[in-house]
Design a binder for this molecule. Structure first.
Ligand code: FES
Length: 161
């Protein structure tokens, strides 16, 4: 996505609202898609388009799990570690991914393939534990499922975030 394209896409979002600042979530999403994470350049571009201070854009982004404030791998695995998922084994799921990836929660595997994150409730409490793989939800996830997921991701092309 060229810079002008991102600018135009953000302008399209801004046009949907009576106040241009209301488009900030969509603008952050578009910028993250372009840069793969919300880099300083991404924040500057969003701030310029929305006409808000960079710090305010950063404050909004830091509230939501779906925005990446640091570089991520080609794929992102997010384990819900909120109450319902924890009660039925989310910590064991996290441990299984850490073993398979050779990295800790919040880190990216050394081959750059997968970033492992913990997130708050994904809205699937009735199907816990829930794991999001590149934004696709896997329900009733078991620790033994982690190895196949990691193998598939290592062989897959990068996903758009
Ligand atoms: S607590 Fe995990 S999906 Fe709600």
């Amino acid at each position: 996505m060229a810079i002008d394209t991102l600018y135009q896409e953000i302008q399209t979002e801004i046009a949907k609202y009576p106040d241009r600042r209301s488009a900030i979530l969509a603008a952050l999403r578009l910028a993250q898609t372009k840069y793969r994470w919300l880099s300083p350049e991404a924040f500057e571009e969003v701030a310029r388009c929305i006409d808000l201070p960079v710090a305010q854009c950063q404050a909004v982004a830091s509230f939501y799990d779906m925005y990446f404030l640091a570089p991520v791998g080609r794929h992102v695995v997010e384990v819900c570690t909120n109450v319902s998922c924890c009660l039925v084994g989310a910590p064991d799921v996290v441990a299984a991914f850490e073993r398979e990836l050779g990295c800790a929660l919040g880190e990216t595997s050394t081959d750059g393939a997968v970033t492992l994150r913990a997130v708050e409730c994904l809205g699937g409490c009735g199907w816990a534990p829930v794991v999001s793989v590149d934004h696709r939800y896997l329900e009733h996830f078991q620790p033994g499922d982690a190895a196949q997921v990691v193998a598939d991701l290592r062989a897959a092309p990068a996903e758009e975030h």
